[in-house]
Design a protein around this ligand. Structure first.
Ligand code: MSP
Length: 658
């Protein structure tokens, strides 16, 4: 059985969990669930980073001992993960004995390798990052580039790690393992950093005491990153332990891009020195802003409590949004309107509606009992087509989950959800139900759409485990079988004769009134007051009052008015005596439209035929140079068109764009 081990960063205990932490942790949980569903030996680790100057200072400020301070925050992290349906297999704290023992062992290995020496460190240190900086890395005025605050000057006796020695072996590893750091852009960044020259690293401090003591020299505590990074290994029990044998080095470190260097340079160098295998992969995801702002302690409105949101819309909806909205690796902005829009469209309209209408028809037409399937009766081949779609969705979801692309996986799964809704419309069970002679056909249709519901739930389970299990329950699947399982064959799992049990609506639609209410709850009052009293100016941060868009912002409902569709250009010709205009015919999936487009300076008729573009289909027709234009193709550029809107893969003309 292949092993899949994924870790999140261990979070500092000077902060309560916010949506950024939640993102990494939910992603790791969903990927673990997926691999488990595929039958792999899957394991997820998260935890807390409790040592170091930053925590010691925060604890002192709070008038507590560092350990007592950490104990309080750890409860918040554990509870948050529970609330978000995150089920790690282990939660490690760096203050635990099991961790400290392995760190001490690692130190001794580095020492035995001749890579530790005593010296004196003099330089800049940012306590926020717990990192050393050279002058060149700082912003003018000795400002930390991350925290935008002045860094401190440190001068103290320190042990050093001979990192310079590992520069070439590390580069070799990168060459041999091109996917060691992902996405590729991040890999290139790290490689050029290594090539610019690795300097020896200060790995102990003497000016404070909250940390793991250096063996044989109790005046020194270990550098907190050396301590913290080792958690991934210590949580397995260290060298020789049963879990280590099982899971090391089949490990993926999922991290935010802020801490890439520690993971992709320092940690591998420590491991190389200790003679231990390097992790399989380091995946660096992007950075969330909240309503356009970086998450920061000085901006309360960015410090979204994931517990609050999950409490209001359910943990599944929050998980779905975070994973669906942006590809893993890209940056994203959390806009509440976008979140509610997704909930209403993908979850309420597509999935929720599919489940409620199919189950209600099952009750109405066949008394709530799962009827038998008779594939031979699929005269028009609609059910066979749905089965093919399901298999395709599963294979695509697999491909994308395997490639750490959960947003793409969800996109594929929702092809099935939407296909199932279309199947219900096309198969028309309400007509079949009127004719007793067509009972077997009716049974087949009902079995088919229930099967599609089952597949949708199984495939989406890694991301929305709570609601997926609720769907399985409604389909009559016993509790013991609602966990990790990946569908294999069509019509294999759903047994005829079982009973469905309809439940509460899965994802109630959020209407405008409720949306306004939620925004009031989620946006702290001071942020609302500040926004209301300061007129927004370009470039400054302004957080609009809910329901009162500023800066020309529109509501999602406004956007929904646009009927955007995929169109293929089938004909093109120049408009006589007009340098800028082309007359086009576009196919909207069976329907042809004529459009006059101002793109002739950038595209000739020959190059544009065959282009697949995004088309605004409900723009009121108007005459341009006497020719009726029935819509508009979207393009980039202002005065002059620079490029046409394009799609990164082929989808049939007529497909809706949202
Ligand atoms: N304690 C160190 C990590 C040690 S790992 C051996 C640390 N902790 S942290 O509490 O600051 O958490 C940082 C991590 O939280 C990021 O790497 C990322 O995974 C997550 N995020 C924090 N803010 C985030 C966003 N705004 N957006 C996305 N993820 C964010 O660094």
């Amino acid at each position: 059985m292949s092993a899949f081990y994924i870790t999140t960063p261990i979070y500092y205990v000077n902060d309560v969990p916010h949506v950024g932490h939640a993102y990494t942790t939910i992603t790791a949980d969903a990927l673990t669930r997926y691999h488990r569903a595929r039958g792999e030996d899957a394991r997820m680790l998260t935890g807390t980073d409790e040592h170091g100057e930053k925590i010691e200072t925060a604890a002192t400020k709070a008038g507590k001992s560092p350990k007592a301070f950490a104990d309080d925050i750890v409860v918040r992290f554990r509870q948050t993960w529970k609330n978000l349906l995150v089920e790690p297999d282990d939660f490690i704290r760096t203050t635990e004995e099991r961790h400290k023992a392995v760190v001490v062992d690692l130190w001794k290995r580095l020492e035995a390798a001749g890579d530790i020496y005593l010296g004196e460190y003099e330089g800049w240190y940012c306590v926020g990052c717990e990192a050393f900086y050279t002058e060149a890395q700082l912003e003018p005025g000795n400002i930390c580039p991350q925290h935008k605050k002045p860094v401190g000057r440190v001068k103290e006796s320190s042990y050093f790690f001979r990192m310079s020695r590992w520069q070439e072996p590390l580069l070799e590893h990168f060459e041999k393992h091109p996917d060691f750091v992902q996405p590729e852009s991040r890999r290139n960044e790290v490689v050029s950093f290594i090539k610019s020259g690795l300097r020896d690293l200060s790995v102990s401090r003497t000016s404070f005491h909250w940390g793991i003591t250096v063996p044989g020299d109790p005046k020194h505590v270990m550098y907190v990153w050396l301590d913290a990074l080792t958690n991934y290994y210590s949580a397995l029990g260290g060298t020789g332990a049963e879990l280590t044998e099982r899971f090391w080095p089949s490990v993926t470190h999922l991290i935010g891009k802020d801490i890439l260097r520690f993971h992709a340079v320092y940690w591998p160098c420590f491991l190389l020195s200790a003679g231990l295998p390097l992790p399989r992969r380091i995946f660096s995801h992007g950075w969330w802003t909240v309503r356009g702002e970086k998450i920061s302690k000085s901006l309360p409105a960015t410090r979204v409590d994931p517990n609050l949101i999950a409490g209001d819309i359910g943990p599944d909806a929050l998980r779905y949004f975070l994973l669906r909205e942006i590809p893993l690796g890209a940056d994203g902005d959390l806009s509440y309107e976008a979140m509610i829009g997704r909930l209403n469209s993908d979850l309420a309209n597509d999935l929720g509606n599919l489940v409620s209408r199919t189950l209600s028809m099952t009750d109405k037409y066949v008394g709530g009992m799962i009827p038998p399937a008779t594939p031979a009766l699929d005269a028009e081949g609609l059910a066979a087509e749905l089965a093919r779609l399901a298999l395709h969705a599963r294979d695509e979801a697999q491909r994308h989950f395997d490639a750490f692309a959960p947003s793409r996986a969800l996109e594929a799964i929702w092809e099935l959800v939407r296909g199932a809704n279309r199947y219900v419309d096309a198969a028309g069970p309400w007509t079949l139900a009127k004719d007793p002679a067509r009972k077997v056909e009716l049974d087949h249709v009902i079995h088919t759409f229930l099967e599609a519901v089952l597949w949708s739930a199984r495939l989406a389970w890694p991301v929305i485990p709570g609601k997926a299990e609720a769907i399985l329950e409604q389909l009559g699947i016993p509790a013991s079988e609602r966990g990790p399982r990946w569908p294999q064959r069509w019509n294999q799992e759903l047994a005829a004769g079982g009973h469905i049990a309809r439940g509460a609506p899965l994802f109630p639609r959020i209407d405008e009134a409720r949306q306004a209410e939620l925004l009031t709850r989620w946006i702290p009052e001071d942020a609302r007051v500040a926004a209301a009293s300061t007129p927004p100016t370009a470039g400054t941060s302004s957080l609009p009052v809910p329901g009162a868009p500023q800066n020309g912002a529109i509501q999602y409902a406004d956007f929904e008015k646009l009927d955007l569709r995929v169109a293929v250009v089938t004909q093109a010709e120049k408009v006589p005596k007009a340098d800028k205009l082309l007359k086009l015919k576009v196919d909207l999936g069976g329907e042809t439209r004529q459009v006059v487009a101002g793109i002739a300076e950038s595209y000739t008729p020959e190059t544009i035929v065959g282009a697949r573009v995004i088309f605004l289909a409900n723009l009121a027709p108007r005459k341009i140079r006497g020719i009726e234009s029935q819509g508009m193709i979207l393009a980039a550029g202002e005065e002059k068109v620079l490029a046409l809107s394009a799609l990164d893969r082929d989808v049939p003309p007529g497909t809706k764009v949202r």
